[in-house]
Design a protein around this ligand. Structure first.
Ligand SMILES: [Fe+2]
Ligand SMILES: [Fe+2]
Length: 228
């Protein structure tokens, strides 16, 4: 099936582009467009700095999507790290503080009647954030640089050694799911409470996919490179 050509405006920023089209990592890397530290820059600015027009870049991404069909397991290891950072890590820089603030507001509004439940939920969310932030930092500072330097075997060893951090996160989300009755707000919940549970459900499903990318896809790609 022919992929539809990407249209302007596809995404305002480089990070958004990657979130919508992970395979764009390959094309961005080809043009040496930094989508980690500068993932929030606009596509127009990134193209201007890289000396490529936006239509030309989108055409290349369309072509890439036809050949690799958004299959992350076909990305080179360094591009896969870039895509994981852009797709899963970068959005959490804003989302985790937003969620924490939302949980505080819900507690403020409903604390008098549902304080026990909401304190427990906020506490579990705090634990998740407290585990997730340093975990991602260690991947960005230790694991992904090893992969980019071509030390895939060492990186796999670190990933295996830190796998229990993924297990802990999965357990915390199971607890959160139980505490929130599968993220089902009670009938008297207000809009912010409903928004909090919806955002928590999204965070859980994103984290499951994030973990799968690292535990399964990334380690498989690295093992394949080692064997080649
Ligand atoms: Fe990660
Ligand atoms: Fe991870």
């Amino acid at each position: 099936m022919q992929a539809q050509p990407l249209q302007q405006p596809i995404a305002a920023t480089v990070a958004e582009l990657l979130r919508l089209h992970p395979v764009a990592a390959v094309v961005l890397e080809r043009h040496k467009i930094d989508f980690l530290c500068r993932g929030k820059q606009t596509l127009a600015m990134a193209c201007a700095a890289a000396g490529v027009t936006l239509p030309a870049l989108l055409a290349e991404i369309t072509e890439a999507s036809q050949t690799v069909q958004l299959d992350w397991s076909t990305l080179p290891p360094s591009a896969l790290c870039d895509a994981i950072e852009a797709r899963f890590h970068l959005p959490l820089v804003d989302e985790l503080p937003r969620l924490g603030a939302l949980a505080e507001r819900v507690l403020l509004v409903h604390g008098a009647t549902d304080g026990e439940l909401l304190h427990a939920v906020a506490h579990t969310l705090d634990q998740i954030v407290g585990d997730l932030v340093p975990h991602m930092a260690s991947e960005e500072d230790e694991v992904f640089p090893l992969i980019r330097e071509g030390q895939g075997r060492e990186a796999v060893a670190v990933i295996r050694a830190t796998q229990r951090e993924h297990d802990t996160l999965a357990s915390l989300f199971s607890l959160l799911r139980r505490q929130t009755n599968d993220y089902t707000p009670p009938p008297h919940a207000g809009a912010q409470w409903r928004a909090l549970y919806a955002a928590m459900a999204d965070l859980e499903s994103e984290t499951h996919e994030h973990i799968r990318m690292e535990d399964d896809v990334l380690t498989t790609v690295l093992s394949a490179v080692e064997r080649a």
